[in-house]
Design a protein around this ligand. Structure first.
Ligand SMILES: [Zn+2]
Length: 60
């Protein structure tokens, strides 16, 4: 089995991980209630609606 010859430095690990996370794109859809951008299949954080009804109480 192949084994790494040298320990990878914390800096290298963190640099690669940061690059990986920065490349991940988050899907965005618009809320049918308020039209704000939100993640699909999740409660709208702007108005608190999901599936045509109020889920979260958003204090203005
Ligand atoms: Zn909304």
């Amino acid at each position: 089995m192949a084994v790494p010859k040298q320990k990878r430095s914390r800096s290298r690990t963190h640099l690669k991980r940061a690059k990986m996370y920065s490349s991940i794109k988050v899907a965005v859809s618009t809320c049918p209630n308020c039209g704000e951008p939100k993640q699909p299949h999740r409660v709208c954080l702007h108005c608190g609606y999901y599936g045509g009804r109020q889920i979260l109480e958003i204090g203005e």
